[in-house]
Design a binder for this molecule. Sequence first.
Ligand code: AR6
Length: 166
Amino acid sequence: MIELVRGDITEQEVDAIVNAANSSLLGGGGVDGAIHRAGGPEILAECRRLGGCETGDAKATTGGRLPARYVIHTVGPVWRGGGEGEMELLASAHRRSLELAAELGVLSVAFPAISTGVYGYPVELAAPVAVAAVREAMAPPVELVRFVLFSEEHLRAFARALAAVD
Ligand code: AR6
């Protein structure tokens, strides 16, 4: 099942939350900053041992003080106009996050709108890619994927994308 909520991903009572990180995995602003602030220093200490992450890939840590047991750190593409493989890299970030979630044995995963903040991917274009990638890659034991959208505009874009495939 795929569901949409407007809210803060750090407050989600799910098994794993996905972080829209950068390739250093050493923290940043946006959702990344919020996750490290809420989860505490243990997450960053684990991230330091991971040696970074390529765009389109994902790596996991524990959730520190978060309600979620794990944080899956993925790196979405920086938007450069759409001709630099952004769509495939965004799909890959979702796919790899779900593969990792399945390896961790989790049932529920929350995603933010990866790449649509600092990285500049227009949400109208990102939402259909994210929804399609999750529909394709979602596999047992994962049974719930929740997109947690920070603004009404993002929520509407994801609702349109989900309605188009349902
Ligand atoms: N819960 C849910 N969504 C949030 C939250 C939150 N607490 N905070 C922000 N968002 P961004 P990116 C939304 O910029 O574009 C970082 O510095 C936000 O409104 O966090 O992938 C990293 O270290 C937007 O819709 O991630 C990287 O350097 C979405 O999350 C870079 O930003 C993603 O925005 C990654 O950029």
